[in-house]
Design a protein around this ligand. Structure first.
Ligand code: COA
Length: 286
């Protein structure tokens, strides 16, 4: 489906691109022809990630910027520097996030604020600076926001993240309409479970919890970063030129857990289930 030209002519910034899903997306963007820039707070991680992307993809340009997305001025300077270094920026992936488990009654105001600052204010800061430059220059562009499946349902124990991601989802749709006239597209991906070191160390306390969580998945497995990255490549490419204001869920069907009789599917092996249903059939003897 993709070739080394799929993203050629694009320069894409991935926030939080030094590790996890951000790095996976950055690698795939480079593989399919984009110049790829990453930003984050930890220089060590950024240096290693940029070197890895560059080594795998010598034909594209790569770069990193140390910036905390919570700080509007830092973000503004980064975007100006990117223009000075690369002359353009036409793709932005708001991937940087913060999250931790905490019973909401024990959450401090600063704990709530910290996550909302990273996720919601950070995405706004990057999107505004990114969009303003394009609008001033009369150029098109694409933004991809990484939200979550609990944007709509909410989720226990991750209240700040749920609130912030819901805000990012609202921002995606609001600006998709407002900036369509400028040729700037905004879309989102809502990932289900993708085991990355950063997420798992915060959200998966031990192997037992992980096992229970895996058993809840309708396909019996978690997602692979590569699967999410392929979707991101498509959504950032001109193949998706007419797509804006869309949020694509990528969760192996996990969100459908609530279907009334879905629980039966996970109660016993399928052959046993078929035998049980067969025995219930009217007219069935024995
Ligand atoms: N439970 C409850 N409160 C917590 C917490 C936890 N596990 N972790 C942090 N907090 C609170 C702190 O106590 C502090 O509040 P306080 O001043 O009232 O005590 C506030 O959150 C800020 O914490 P701090 O560690 O100073 O913030 P930071 O800016 O250094 O780090 C985090 C931000 C907390 C989001 C950190 O986890 C982080 O950097 N995460 C980035 C990566 C990430 O989370 N990715 C998402 C993977 S799913």
């Amino acid at each position: 489906m993709f070739t080394t030209d799929t993203l050629s002519g694009k320069t894409i910034l991935v926030t939080g691109g030094g590790s996890g899903l951000g790095l996976s997306m950055a690698r795939h963007f480079a593989r399919y022809g984009a110049n790829v820039l990453i930003c984050g707070r930890t220089e060590e991680k950024l240096v290693a990630a940029t070197a890895a992307i560059g080594k795998e993809n010598p034909a594209v340009k790569t770069g990193y910027y140390i910036a905390d997305v919570r700080e509007d001025e830092e973000v503004g300077s980064m975007i100006s520097k990117i223009y000075a270094d690369f002359g353009e920026l036409n793709g932005l992936v708001n991937n940087a996030a913060g999250n931790f488990y905490c019973p909401s009654e024990d959450l401090s105001p600063n704990g709530f604020k910290t996550v909302v600052d990273i996720v919601l204010h950070g995405s706004f800061n990057c999107t505004r600076h990114f969009g303003k430059k394009l609008i001033d220059a009369g150029l098109p562009g694409a933004v991809l926001n990484i939200v979550t499946t609990y944007t709509e349902s909410g989720s226990a124990f991750v209240l700040p993240s749920a609130c912030a991601k819901a805000g990012v989802y609202a921002m995606t749709n609001s600006l998709a309409f407002e900036w369509a006239t400028y040729g700037i597209r905004l879309n989102a991906i809502a990932p289900g479970p993708f085991p990355t070191e950063g997420a798992w160390k915060r959200l998966m306390p031990n192997p037992q919890v992980e096992q229970v969580y895996k058993q809840r998945q309708p396909g019996g497995r978690f997602g692979e970063p590569e699967e999410l990255s392929h979707l991101a490549v498509f959504m950032m490419s001109d193949m998706a030129a007419y797509m804006t204001g869309e949020c694509v869920t990528l969760d192996g069907g996990e969100r459908l857990q609530g279907g009334q009789f879905n629980f039966v599917a996970q109660m016993m092996p399928r052959e046993q289930l078929k035998a049980m249903f067969g025995a219930m059939r009217p007219g069935k003897k024995g």
